[in-house]
Design a protein around this ligand. Structure first.
Ligand code: SF4
Length: 257
């Protein structure tokens, strides 16, 4: 185990990840980082690939997911198939009952369409607060971020010290393309959401996700009614606590319904 501080360990691991495949990266992280490591899965295709790696490598990494209550039915099917195939439990984190009750009473069941502030409040209650509980006390956080998902994600790296959460954030498939992920899941018979084949490249909550058109960025189908400068749900923040945003394709208000 390392005696380095998290801020010292992050660049060392980041450099070490570059020469390894994703499973090797997970092993290196487990070897060098003491304490709990949590992989938060959105049940999307990258995260399903990582779930396969975590489950088959036997590294003692916890798998958690945020059940916002607004997921597609297909997401629950992938969740169940994954638990069955790998003989594991994906630990769910739900919104706080009082908070979600107050939110919906205040803004309505789909209030997020009408005000950016309402959308941020919904993401805050359904995602950001539960994520904080999922990561509480963890020293490592694994995500399925890929560099080519968006301009802003290209500026991230394999491993970063997320000081605001007091942990290392590791992105083991950061340098993989979507094609590499698709090839991996097909070769390993990993359960995936069938919506991916219908143009839903990045899948979040059902009312906030649409299929993308040919040529659109992968994440163009998320919160598509907002202008890009106001996007991101707040789950991925910089070291100093800022949410970094990126430019996106055209908004498509007609698809809002
Ligand atoms: S993605 Fe949409 S439904 Fe899900 S938490 Fe955010 S605003 Fe609410």
């Amino acid at each position: 185990m390392s005696v380095l501080s998290l801020s010292e360990l992050a660049p060392a691991l980041d450099a070490g990840f570059a020469a390894l495949d994703p499973v090797g990266r997970l092993r290196l992280l487990r070897e060098r980082l003491e304490g709990r490591i949590v992989f938060t899965t959105s049940l999307g295709i990258e995260d399903q690939a990582i779930t396969h790696m975590v489950a088959t490598a036997g590294l003692g990494i916890e798998i958690a997911t945020l059940d916002t209550g607004r997921l597609f039915p297909q997401a629950y099917e992938v969740w169940a198939k994954t638990e069955e195939k790998y003989g594991l439990r994906i630990k769910p984190f739900y919104p706080q009952a009082q908070a979600i009750q107050a939110l919906v009473a205040d803004q309505g069941i789909n209030g997020f369409y009408y005000l950016v502030e309402a959308r941020k409040a919904c993401c805050g209650v359904r995602k950001v607060e539960p994520l904080g509980r999922a990561l509480a006390g963890a020293s490592g956080w694994i995500t399925g971020l890929r560099a080519d998902q968006s301009d802003h994600r290209q500026g991230l790296g394999f491993v970063a010290h997320e000081a605001s959460r007091g942990l290392l954030k590791a992105n083991p498939v950061f340098d993989w393309t979507r094609a590499q992920v698709a090839e991996f899941v097909a070769a390993n018979d990993v359960p995936v959401n069938p919506l991916h084949d219908q143009g839903f490249l990045s899948i979040g909550c059902a009312p906030c996700t649409r299929a993308v058109k040919p040529g659109e960025p992968e994440r163009a189908g998320r919160w598509w009614w907002e202008d890009e400068a106001k996007k991101e749900c707040g789950l991925h923040v910089t070291e100093d606590g800022r949410v970094v945003r990126t430019a996106l394709a055209e908004t498509d208000k007609s698809a809002r319904a």
